[in-house]
Design a protein around this ligand. Structure first.
Ligand SMILES: [Zn+2]
Length: 302
């Protein structure tokens, strides 16, 4: 028991340090710099940091969230990622304990964190990370910890990538461009390699549900900013009719109302996507990651 808490403590500390390292990876991969060589410096004044400026979370608090030299505010992103990584690492150990599985999940979660942040921040995802996750997934299933086997892992990889690629290319039908980035295909393939051919579709479904929660409000916000009143009003009507159908009146009339507002909304969204200026990139990797995390941590099949 004591060993358990001792390990949990050190894995949490390791999470903090890895989070700090991920910040560097994220910053430098977005700036196309070497990850290992240059010593840390302030992105604003270029002064080299002292060792005590690099302690996860603690340095941020000690420095009051400002650069020691130029007093420019340090982004809240740094301590946030450090704490998130710590929580993710601790949760992984709590869930899987002293098991080789824990090591694999730690590696996957690390890749997920980096890809999510770069996708949200700069709409850029390093496909090499997805490839790394996929190789680990294949290896994991090869040593049959996953009990799915190598064949299922390969099948999952192909099916995951295929589904996302088809969705991405369906964009050509409406807008003469890919509906999603190439990274999404890589990430879906990587998730397939982890969960196998049998469970990749449920994971993609979880991702779709997660994306509804993230992406729909973002899409509506963008429409509002572009002053696209029609989509906004129709969305409100659609949500209202869904609520009415779900809680108050359940008959053919309310169902018809729901159906019609849904149809009109879908049409007006398609129409606005056709117009160039309304086409804004929506990050999908975070949704895929949420779907995968949900499966890894809450499904009895993992
Ligand atoms: Zn500075």
């Amino acid at each position: 028991m004591e060993l358990y808490y001792y390990t949990l403590f050190w894995i949490s500390i390791m999470g903090l340090c890895m989070g700090s390292f991920f910040n560097v990876v994220i910053l430098r991969s977005l700036a196309n710099e070497s990850i290992v060589f240059p010593p840390s410096k302030c992105p604003n004044c270029q002064n080299r940091l002292y060792w005590w400026h690099n302690i996860p979370v603690l340095s941020y608090l000690l420095l009051g969230g400002k650069c020691y030299f130029c007093k420019k505010k340090i982004s809240i992103q740094y301590p946030t990622i450090e704490i998130l990584t710590m929580i993710a690492y601790a949760a992984t150990f709590i869930k899987f304990g002293f098991d080789i599985k824990t090591l694999f999940v730690l590696a996957w979660v690390s890749g997920f964190i980096i890809m999510t942040v770069t996708d949200l921040k700069e709409k850029l995802v390093d496909c090499n990370i997805a490839i790394f996750i996929a190789i680990l997934g294949l290896f994991y299933n090869f040593i049959t910890l996953g009990t799915y086997g190598l064949l299922s892992s390969f099948g999952g990889l192909i099916l995951g990538a295929l589904v996302l690629e088809i969705i991405a290319r369906s964009g050509y039908l409406v807008a003469k461009t890919r509906a999603m980035g190439e990274a999404d295909t890589y990430v879906a393939g990587a998730l397939g390699a982890i969960v196998g051919v049998k469970y990749i579709l449920p994971v993609l479904l979880y991702a779709l549900i997660a994306s509804m929660i993230f992406i729909v409000p973002m899409f509506l916000y963008n429409q509002l900013k572009l002053n696209n009143k029609k989509v906004c009003i129709l969305s409100i009507l659609f949500i209202l009719s869904a609520l009415i159908f779900k809680t108050l009146v359940q008959n053919y009339w309310s169902l018809a109302f729901l159906f019609i507002t849904g149809l009109l909304l879908a049409f007006s969204i398609l129409k606005s996507i056709r117009q160039e200026q309304n086409r804004n990139y929506l990050p999908y990797v975070p949704a895929l990651v949420v779907g995968a995390l949900y499966f890894i941590f809450f499904s009895i099949n993992f």
